[in-house]
Design a protein around this ligand. Structure first.
Ligand code: NAD
Length: 261
């Protein structure tokens, strides 16, 4: 129970990787602020069961992270409910797959807002409290696409490379304050985000959906299997531990060897 008494805020934790991370941190004893979209009743069920199973405080905030004012309200809620945020996991993210000349401008704007700018806002708002407590963990769920590119994902790759820069810069600023700042760079994880891009990739490349999984997604991953959500949650938990206190400013691939090529 390495995180009891601490509070973790995980953006985009109603689904996929974020939900897996929120669950792992609750298991470690942290209070949790859940965030993201989805069916209200289903989210309430998740919230209540996390609180009950792990005997921690869990609140849900429906902030749209494209809206800085809503992010500020979410951070205030964490302050009122639990006395602030000790572990900040920037995870909310979306994807859109299209050739650059056809890439919709509104998709570019949304991806930059959710996958990049939202992390600037959560970080700037969480930092004063972490400095005061002389302890904090900021973990950005970037992507292998923070390290390497793929065609047809111009906004996503740009945003994730931006997250790499944000991670390194803030790590330097907070290095002497007991706060570490790292990015986890997963390869393909079979979540709704990936499921949704399979038909678009098939269309963009003129191939079948089966070919997308075999020849595009897993072609990049030498292990030839999807990364498990639990594997991303495990490294998040490790980064929160005292043993990881000297890891900061790092971009950590969890990609089955993809970025080693
Ligand atoms: P997902 O679609 O399962 O979950 C995304 C979450 O973000 C959901 O909870 C959704 O409600 C939330 N969200 C979306 N827009 C939001 C907004 N405007 N405000 C608040 N919340 C919002 O996706 P996932 O695959 O679990 O992705 C999570 C993160 O992991 C993303 O940043 C993604 O880029 C990254 N990632 C995913 C993979 C993968 O293969 N799935 C690989 C590398 C990195």
């Amino acid at each position: 129970m390495g995180l009891s008494g601490k509070t973790a805020l995980v953006t985009g934790s109603t689904s996929g990787i974020g939900l897996g991370i929120a669950t792992e941190l609750a298991r470690e004893g942290a209070n949790v602020v859940l965030n993201g979209f989805g069916d209200a009743a289903a989210i309430e069920k998740v919230r209540a069961s996390l609180a009950r199973e792990h005997n921690v405080g869990v609140v849900y905030c429906n902030a749209d992270v494209t809206r800085p004012a809503q992010i500020a309200e979410m951070m205030s809620k964490a302050e009122t409910e639990f006395g602030g945020v000790d572990v900040l996991v920037n995870n909310a993210g979306i994807q859109h797959v299209a050739p650059v000349e056809e890439f919709p401008v509104d998709k570019w704007d949304a991806i930059i807002a959710i996958n990049l700018s939202a992390s600037f806002h959560t970080v700037r708002l969480a930092t004063p409290g972490m400095k005061r407590k002389k302890w904090g963990r900021i973990i950005n769920i970037a992507s292998a696409h923070a390290l390497v590119a793929s065609p047809f994902k111009v906004a996503y790759v740009a945003a994730k490379h931006g997250i790499a820069g944000l991670t390194k810069t803030v790590a330097l600023e907070l290095a002497q304050h007991g706060v570490t700042v790292n990015a986890i760079c997963p390869g393909y994880v079979r979540t709704p985000l990936v499921e949704k891009q399979i038909p678009d990739t098939a269309k963009a490349r003129g191939i079948t959906e089966e070919q997308v999984v075999r020849d595009v997604l897993l072609a990049a991953q030498p292990t030839k299997r999807f990364v498990a959500i639990e594997e991303v949650a495990a490294i998040t938990k490790f980064l929160c531990s005292d043993g990881a206190a000297s890891i900061t400013g790092a971009l950590l691939p969890v990609d089955g060897g993809w970025s080693a090529q």
